[in-house]
Write a protein that binds this ligand. Structure first.
Ligand code: KG4
Ligand code: ZN
Length: 330
Protein backbone atom coordinates (compact mmCIF):
# COMPACT_ATOMS: atom_id res chain seq x y z
CA UNK A 1 0.00 0.00 0.00
CA UNK A 2 1.27 3.44 -0.98
CA UNK A 3 0.54 6.18 1.55
CA UNK A 4 0.87 9.86 0.74
CA UNK A 5 2.02 12.03 3.67
CA UNK A 6 1.32 15.76 3.90
CA UNK A 7 2.96 18.09 6.43
CA UNK A 8 1.92 21.77 6.62
CA UNK A 9 1.89 22.51 10.37
CA UNK A 10 4.32 25.43 10.28
CA UNK A 11 6.72 26.82 7.68
CA UNK A 12 7.54 23.77 5.54
CA UNK A 13 5.31 22.37 2.82
CA UNK A 14 6.42 18.74 2.81
CA UNK A 15 5.11 15.63 1.08
CA UNK A 16 6.24 12.01 0.82
CA UNK A 17 5.15 8.55 -0.26
CA UNK A 18 5.78 5.57 1.98
CA UNK A 19 5.04 2.00 0.86
CA UNK A 20 4.12 -0.56 3.51
CA UNK A 21 6.62 -3.11 2.13
CA UNK A 22 9.07 -1.13 0.02
CA UNK A 23 9.60 1.68 2.54
CA UNK A 24 10.13 5.33 1.67
CA UNK A 25 9.57 5.90 -2.04
CA UNK A 26 10.12 9.65 -2.39
CA UNK A 27 9.87 12.89 -0.47
CA UNK A 28 9.89 16.59 -1.35
CA UNK A 29 10.02 19.71 0.77
CA UNK A 30 9.51 23.37 0.08
CA UNK A 31 10.77 25.61 2.90
CA UNK A 32 9.25 29.04 3.55
CA UNK A 33 12.22 30.15 5.65
CA UNK A 34 13.40 32.84 3.23
CA UNK A 35 9.95 34.42 3.18
CA UNK A 36 9.61 34.53 6.99
CA UNK A 37 13.22 35.45 7.83
CA UNK A 38 12.66 39.07 6.88
CA UNK A 39 10.10 39.27 9.75
CA UNK A 40 12.31 37.46 12.27
CA UNK A 41 9.81 34.60 12.73
CA UNK A 42 6.92 32.73 11.12
CA UNK A 43 4.00 34.96 10.01
CA UNK A 44 0.97 32.61 10.21
CA UNK A 45 -1.12 34.23 7.46
CA UNK A 46 1.79 34.22 5.01
CA UNK A 47 2.48 30.60 5.91
CA UNK A 48 -1.10 29.49 5.10
CA UNK A 49 -1.17 31.33 1.80
CA UNK A 50 2.14 29.86 0.73
CA UNK A 51 1.03 26.32 1.64
CA UNK A 52 -2.02 26.86 -0.60
CA UNK A 53 0.23 27.89 -3.48
CA UNK A 54 2.76 25.10 -3.08
CA UNK A 55 0.99 22.00 -1.80
CA UNK A 56 -0.88 20.69 -4.85
CA UNK A 57 1.98 21.32 -7.32
CA UNK A 58 4.31 19.54 -4.86
CA UNK A 59 1.96 16.51 -4.61
CA UNK A 60 1.78 16.34 -8.42
CA UNK A 61 5.56 16.53 -8.72
CA UNK A 62 5.96 13.85 -6.03
CA UNK A 63 3.64 11.40 -7.80
CA UNK A 64 5.20 12.08 -11.19
CA UNK A 65 8.78 11.62 -9.96
CA UNK A 66 7.71 8.42 -8.17
CA UNK A 67 6.17 7.03 -11.36
CA UNK A 68 2.79 6.82 -9.62
CA UNK A 69 -0.72 8.11 -10.27
CA UNK A 70 -3.47 9.10 -7.81
CA UNK A 71 -5.14 5.70 -8.21
CA UNK A 72 -2.05 3.93 -6.81
CA UNK A 73 -2.56 5.53 -3.40
CA UNK A 74 -4.08 3.44 -0.61
CA UNK A 75 -4.29 6.20 2.00
CA UNK A 76 -3.44 9.81 2.74
CA UNK A 77 -1.87 10.89 6.01
CA UNK A 78 -1.74 14.51 7.07
CA UNK A 79 -0.56 16.47 10.07
CA UNK A 80 -3.77 17.46 11.90
CA UNK A 81 -1.95 19.24 14.74
CA UNK A 82 -0.45 20.70 16.78
CA UNK A 83 0.62 23.73 14.76
CA UNK A 84 -0.69 26.91 13.13
CA UNK A 85 -4.45 26.68 12.51
CA UNK A 86 -4.45 28.16 8.99
CA UNK A 87 -1.42 26.17 7.93
CA UNK A 88 -2.87 22.91 9.29
CA UNK A 89 -6.19 23.52 7.53
CA UNK A 90 -4.47 23.64 4.14
CA UNK A 91 -3.01 20.16 4.64
CA UNK A 92 -6.16 18.80 6.26
CA UNK A 93 -8.54 20.10 3.57
CA UNK A 94 -6.29 18.90 0.76
CA UNK A 95 -5.78 15.45 2.26
CA UNK A 96 -9.43 14.90 3.13
CA UNK A 97 -10.63 16.13 -0.27
CA UNK A 98 -8.19 13.95 -2.20
CA UNK A 99 -9.05 10.95 -0.03
CA UNK A 100 -12.77 11.51 -0.57
CA UNK A 101 -12.34 11.82 -4.33
CA UNK A 102 -10.21 8.68 -4.47
CA UNK A 103 -12.42 6.80 -1.97
CA UNK A 104 -9.45 5.93 0.26
CA UNK A 105 -8.91 6.58 3.97
CA UNK A 106 -7.42 9.82 5.28
CA UNK A 107 -5.43 9.59 8.51
CA UNK A 108 -5.00 12.49 10.94
CA UNK A 109 -1.47 12.30 12.34
CA UNK A 110 -0.16 14.04 15.47
CA UNK A 111 2.90 16.02 14.43
CA UNK A 112 4.92 14.80 17.42
CA UNK A 113 4.07 11.17 16.64
CA UNK A 114 5.59 11.85 13.23
CA UNK A 115 8.81 13.13 14.85
CA UNK A 116 8.79 10.23 17.31
CA UNK A 117 8.66 7.65 14.51
CA UNK A 118 11.14 9.39 12.16
CA UNK A 119 14.06 7.12 13.22
CA UNK A 120 11.99 4.18 11.90
CA UNK A 121 12.88 5.37 8.39
CA UNK A 122 16.57 4.57 8.94
CA UNK A 123 18.38 1.36 8.00
CA UNK A 124 18.63 0.22 11.61
CA UNK A 125 15.36 1.29 13.22
CA UNK A 126 14.83 0.91 16.97
CA UNK A 127 12.68 -1.93 18.26
CA UNK A 128 9.90 -1.30 20.76
CA UNK A 129 9.89 -0.51 23.64
CA UNK A 130 12.07 2.58 23.81
CA UNK A 131 12.47 5.92 25.52
CA UNK A 132 11.98 8.94 23.24
CA UNK A 133 13.30 12.44 23.76
CA UNK A 134 11.43 14.79 21.42
CA UNK A 135 13.01 18.20 21.09
CA UNK A 136 11.46 20.62 18.64
CA UNK A 137 10.45 24.26 18.32
CA UNK A 138 7.17 23.72 20.17
CA UNK A 139 7.76 20.68 22.38
CA UNK A 140 10.19 19.03 24.78
CA UNK A 141 8.85 15.59 25.68
CA UNK A 142 10.15 12.41 27.28
CA UNK A 143 7.95 9.50 26.24
CA UNK A 144 7.85 5.80 27.11
CA UNK A 145 6.99 4.12 23.80
CA UNK A 146 5.62 0.58 23.78
CA UNK A 147 4.39 0.46 20.18
CA UNK A 148 2.52 2.43 17.55
CA UNK A 149 -0.02 4.54 19.45
CA UNK A 150 1.19 3.32 22.85
CA UNK A 151 2.79 6.36 24.39
CA UNK A 152 3.19 7.34 28.04
CA UNK A 153 4.34 10.88 28.73
CA UNK A 154 7.08 10.82 31.38
CA UNK A 155 8.09 14.48 31.36
CA UNK A 156 7.78 17.72 29.42
CA UNK A 157 8.85 21.33 29.50
CA UNK A 158 6.88 23.46 31.93
CA UNK A 159 7.65 26.59 29.90
CA UNK A 160 9.74 27.09 26.71
CA UNK A 161 10.55 24.20 24.40
CA UNK A 162 14.26 23.60 23.73
CA UNK A 163 14.03 24.86 20.14
CA UNK A 164 12.18 27.95 21.34
CA UNK A 165 14.97 28.67 23.85
CA UNK A 166 17.53 28.28 21.03
CA UNK A 167 15.56 30.61 18.74
CA UNK A 168 15.00 33.30 21.41
CA UNK A 169 18.61 33.25 22.60
CA UNK A 170 19.80 33.41 18.99
CA UNK A 171 17.64 36.49 18.47
CA UNK A 172 19.23 38.16 21.51
CA UNK A 173 22.65 37.43 20.02
CA UNK A 174 21.58 39.17 16.82
CA UNK A 175 21.40 35.96 14.77
CA UNK A 176 18.64 35.55 12.19
CA UNK A 177 15.66 33.20 12.01
CA UNK A 178 15.55 30.27 12.56
CA UNK A 179 18.09 30.75 15.29
CA UNK A 180 18.81 27.16 16.37
CA UNK A 181 21.20 26.18 13.57
CA UNK A 182 22.79 29.66 13.60
CA UNK A 183 23.43 29.62 17.33
CA UNK A 184 24.86 26.15 16.98
CA UNK A 185 27.26 27.31 14.24
CA UNK A 186 28.36 30.27 16.38
CA UNK A 187 28.91 27.96 19.37
CA UNK A 188 31.51 26.07 17.31
CA UNK A 189 33.70 29.20 17.48
CA UNK A 190 33.44 29.57 21.26
CA UNK A 191 34.12 27.70 24.50
CA UNK A 192 32.07 27.18 27.65
CA UNK A 193 33.42 30.17 29.59
CA UNK A 194 30.20 30.94 31.45
CA UNK A 195 28.50 28.43 33.70
CA UNK A 196 24.80 28.49 32.74
CA UNK A 197 22.38 26.71 35.13
CA UNK A 198 21.23 23.13 34.46
CA UNK A 199 17.54 23.78 35.21
CA UNK A 200 15.56 21.30 37.32
CA UNK A 201 18.37 18.74 37.44
CA UNK A 202 18.89 19.03 41.21
CA UNK A 203 15.40 17.81 42.06
CA UNK A 204 13.65 14.56 41.20
CA UNK A 205 11.34 14.22 38.21
CA UNK A 206 11.55 14.25 34.44
CA UNK A 207 10.08 17.66 33.60
CA UNK A 208 12.13 20.44 32.06
CA UNK A 209 12.27 24.22 32.20
CA UNK A 210 14.22 26.27 29.68
CA UNK A 211 12.91 29.83 30.06
CA UNK A 212 15.46 30.49 32.83
CA UNK A 213 18.35 29.78 30.43
CA UNK A 214 16.98 32.39 28.05
CA UNK A 215 16.79 34.93 30.91
CA UNK A 216 20.30 33.99 32.04
CA UNK A 217 21.52 34.55 28.48
CA UNK A 218 19.76 37.94 28.33
CA UNK A 219 21.31 39.10 31.62
CA UNK A 220 24.76 37.93 30.48
CA UNK A 221 24.43 39.69 27.12
CA UNK A 222 23.18 42.93 28.71
CA UNK A 223 25.78 43.02 31.51
CA UNK A 224 28.45 44.64 29.33
CA UNK A 225 29.26 45.27 25.65
CA UNK A 226 30.15 42.03 23.90
CA UNK A 227 32.80 41.22 21.28
CA UNK A 228 32.13 38.61 18.59
CA UNK A 229 34.23 36.15 20.62
CA UNK A 230 32.16 36.86 23.75
CA UNK A 231 29.02 36.07 21.77
CA UNK A 232 30.49 32.80 20.54
CA UNK A 233 31.40 31.89 24.14
CA UNK A 234 27.84 32.69 25.29
CA UNK A 235 26.46 30.50 22.49
CA UNK A 236 28.82 27.65 23.46
CA UNK A 237 27.94 28.00 27.15
CA UNK A 238 24.19 28.05 26.45
CA UNK A 239 24.41 25.02 24.17
CA UNK A 240 26.53 23.09 26.68
CA UNK A 241 23.92 23.73 29.39
CA UNK A 242 21.14 22.41 27.14
CA UNK A 243 23.15 19.33 26.11
CA UNK A 244 24.03 18.61 29.74
CA UNK A 245 20.47 19.09 31.01
CA UNK A 246 19.01 16.81 28.34
CA UNK A 247 21.64 14.16 29.09
CA UNK A 248 20.98 14.24 32.84
CA UNK A 249 17.22 13.88 32.33
CA UNK A 250 17.56 11.09 29.74
CA UNK A 251 19.95 9.17 32.00
CA UNK A 252 17.45 9.48 34.83
CA UNK A 253 14.58 8.33 32.59
CA UNK A 254 16.57 5.33 31.28
CA UNK A 255 17.34 4.25 34.84
CA UNK A 256 13.77 4.80 36.08
CA UNK A 257 12.15 2.89 33.23
CA UNK A 258 14.81 0.21 32.80
CA UNK A 259 14.67 0.82 29.03
CA UNK A 260 17.87 0.33 27.06
CA UNK A 261 16.98 2.13 23.82
CA UNK A 262 16.82 5.89 23.41
CA UNK A 263 15.30 7.67 20.40
CA UNK A 264 16.09 11.36 19.96
CA UNK A 265 14.07 13.28 17.37
CA UNK A 266 12.61 16.69 16.46
CA UNK A 267 14.37 19.72 14.95
CA UNK A 268 16.88 20.19 17.77
CA UNK A 269 18.08 16.59 17.41
CA UNK A 270 19.97 17.86 14.34
CA UNK A 271 22.34 19.63 16.76
CA UNK A 272 25.73 17.93 16.68
CA UNK A 273 26.78 18.79 20.24
CA UNK A 274 23.50 17.54 21.67
CA UNK A 275 23.83 14.35 19.62
CA UNK A 276 27.39 13.85 20.89
CA UNK A 277 26.45 14.45 24.54
CA UNK A 278 23.49 12.07 24.38
CA UNK A 279 25.50 9.43 22.54
CA UNK A 280 28.18 9.54 25.25
CA UNK A 281 25.58 9.34 28.00
CA UNK A 282 23.81 6.39 26.32
CA UNK A 283 27.09 4.51 25.97
CA UNK A 284 27.69 4.97 29.71
CA UNK A 285 24.25 3.48 30.39
CA UNK A 286 24.73 0.59 27.94
CA UNK A 287 21.80 1.89 25.94
CA UNK A 288 21.49 2.03 22.15
CA UNK A 289 20.72 5.44 20.74
CA UNK A 290 18.80 6.24 17.53
CA UNK A 291 18.47 9.50 15.60
CA UNK A 292 16.74 10.33 12.32
CA UNK A 293 19.01 11.43 9.47
CA UNK A 294 19.56 15.22 9.64
CA UNK A 295 16.89 16.14 7.08
CA UNK A 296 14.26 14.08 8.94
CA UNK A 297 15.05 15.72 12.31
CA UNK A 298 13.26 18.87 11.23
CA UNK A 299 9.75 18.88 9.74
CA UNK A 300 9.25 16.61 6.74
CA UNK A 301 6.58 14.62 4.93
CA UNK A 302 8.28 11.23 5.27
CA UNK A 303 7.61 10.95 8.99
CA UNK A 304 3.91 11.75 8.45
CA UNK A 305 3.59 9.22 5.60
CA UNK A 306 5.30 6.60 7.79
CA UNK A 307 3.15 7.32 10.87
CA UNK A 308 -0.03 7.30 8.75
CA UNK A 309 0.90 4.02 7.09
CA UNK A 310 1.53 2.36 10.46
CA UNK A 311 -1.79 3.67 11.79
CA UNK A 312 -3.60 2.32 8.72
CA UNK A 313 -1.96 -1.08 9.09
CA UNK A 314 -2.85 -1.16 12.80
CA UNK A 315 -6.44 -0.06 12.04
CA UNK A 316 -5.89 2.99 14.22
CA UNK A 317 -7.58 5.71 12.21
CA UNK A 318 -8.43 8.42 14.64
CA UNK A 319 -11.42 10.15 13.04
CA UNK A 320 -14.10 10.09 10.34
CA UNK A 321 -14.81 12.27 7.33
CA UNK A 322 -14.68 15.71 8.97
CA UNK A 323 -11.89 18.09 8.02
CA UNK A 324 -10.26 18.73 11.37
CA UNK A 325 -7.19 20.60 12.47
CA UNK A 326 -6.14 20.81 16.10
CA UNK A 327 -3.72 23.69 16.73
CA UNK A 328 -3.41 22.44 20.31
CA UNK A 329 -3.39 18.69 20.59
CA UNK A 330 -2.09 17.19 23.84
O1 KG4 B 1 10.83 19.88 14.53
P1 KG4 B 1 10.99 21.23 13.96
O2 KG4 B 1 11.49 21.36 12.55
O3 KG4 B 1 9.65 22.01 14.02
C1 KG4 B 1 8.79 21.91 15.12
O4 KG4 B 1 8.05 20.92 15.20
O5 KG4 B 1 8.90 22.82 15.97
O6 KG4 B 1 11.96 22.02 14.94
C2 KG4 B 1 12.34 23.33 14.69
C3 KG4 B 1 13.24 23.78 15.82
C4 KG4 B 1 13.55 25.27 15.74
O7 KG4 B 1 13.41 25.83 17.02
C5 KG4 B 1 15.01 25.27 15.28
O8 KG4 B 1 15.73 26.42 15.69
C6 KG4 B 1 15.53 24.02 15.94
O9 KG4 B 1 14.50 23.09 15.77
N1 KG4 B 1 16.77 23.51 15.32
C7 KG4 B 1 17.95 23.47 15.96
C8 KG4 B 1 18.89 22.96 15.01
N2 KG4 B 1 18.24 22.71 13.85
C9 KG4 B 1 16.93 23.05 14.06
N3 KG4 B 1 18.30 23.81 17.20
C10 KG4 B 1 19.58 23.66 17.55
N4 KG4 B 1 20.54 23.19 16.72
C11 KG4 B 1 20.24 22.83 15.47
N5 KG4 B 1 21.20 22.36 14.65
ZN1 ZN C 1 8.22 19.57 13.96
Amino acid sequence: MYVLGIETSCDETAVAIFHSNKGLVHHLLYSQIDMHSEYGGVVPELASRDHIRKLIPLVKQLLQESGLVNADLGGIAYTAGPGLMGALLVGAATARSMAWALQIPAVAVHHMEGHLLAPMLEDKPPQFPFLALLISGGHTLLVHVNGIGQYKLLGESLDDAVGEAFDKTAKMLGLGYPGGPKLSALAELGTEKIRFPRPMTDRPGLDFSFSGLKTFAMNTINASPKTEQDKADIAASFQAAIADTLSIKCRRALRQTGLNRLVVAGGVSANTQIRAALTLMAAGENADIFFPRAQFCTDNGAMIAYAGCQRLIAGQIIEGQAITARPRWP
